[in-house]
Design a protein around this ligand. Sequence first.
Ligand code: NAP
Length: 351
Amino acid sequence: MTASIDLFKGRTTKKEQRVDKLKIGILGTADIAREFMAGIRLSQKADVVAIASRTLDKAEAFASEFEIGKAYAAYDALLADVEIDAIYNPLPNTLHAEWSIRAAEAGKHVLCEKPLTPSAIDATAIFEAAQKNSVHIVEAYPYLAQPQTIRLRQLLDEGAIGRVRLVRASIGFSMSDRDNIRLDPTLAGGSLLDAGSYPVSLVRVIAGERATRTYAVADWTETGVDRSMVATLEHAGGLLAQISCSFGTGVHRHALISGDEGVIETSYSNHTSPERPAVLQLRRGTSWSTAYETISLPEMDGFLAEIDSFADLISIGSPQWSGATPEQSVDIARTLEAIIASARAHIPIDL
Ligand SMILES: NC(=O)c1ccc[n+]([C@@H]2O[C@H](COP(=O)([O-])OP(=O)(O)OC[C@H]3O[C@@H](n4cnc5c(N)ncnc54)[C@H](OP(=O)(O)O)[C@@H]3O)[C@@H](O)[C@H]2O)c1
């Protein structure tokens, strides 16, 4: 496997001269596609023009509810539609690679739900397909396009807290619906691949490099997926991180980023609102008595931020994309795979 893929650099794409709105088709009437629709309705840069489902009734009902022009009874029928520029892929985790690659082969750009794939080998295959077909495929993490994450990355780049030595990032909520795909081991369910991909992606972005070693422990459901996961991550540059995630707790989402000259705390939320404000707490220096500065950022729908960034990626080019790069997505997949292997085997795993 190639560890240093950078498929963004020096690329031109088929759609770089596009001046009108990006035309997106959705594969599957997923719950998350409803939130995607709420975001894209606010966008000046992209529209959904088609929806596909395994059953025509579901496709038509979704199209009618969201006033989408075309409804297809099969995913490949949507991929054959020449009007469509790009695909949003919110299928179960095990289908992300297959349908993202098929979309690339049909000449479509792809915004694929996280985790891009549970397998690092498949992640590499996805980006090879993107390169071969001159399209962009990117992994969807709305929080990365949000103003609070963009400001967080600026603060770290400016050295506001010095050299980052420790990161602790967590996310958890309660999942009791036994039929939910996220509890299904045959569809790559589990709290790590679902919720845990967020803290793992945050650590990868902050570290600027892939973890070299992980040790993880998990609590398993009766279906055999992880209900809760805690993992340590070591990095060659010295950064140590701890991530945790759970389907069995009250709602929480928090990150503590500690450098040798200060600390930042954030909720790194996907969707910010008056109830869930976009706030960074910054404490400069190392004194116990220094107060936290509160940095408030504009509220924003995460999907809107992500969709606009995706549209800019396709119309203008790679520097416009605020999300995970292909190299980061391959590293995230590799890290997720290693964390699960470590928790199952009760041993540290080198990446
Ligand atoms: N970014 C976020 O905040 C966020 C939040 C939640 C989930 N997600 C991600 O989005 C993806 C979808 O999650 P979800 O909770 O929205 O899933 P969901 O509601 O269960 O939807 C998945 C869709 O996939 C299609 N599908 C195809 N084969 C399937 C199969 N064998 N079993 C079940 N469904 C199948 C179905 O559409 P048709 O029947 O219409 O074909 C179904 O509606 C996952 O990768 C998840 O990690 C992201």
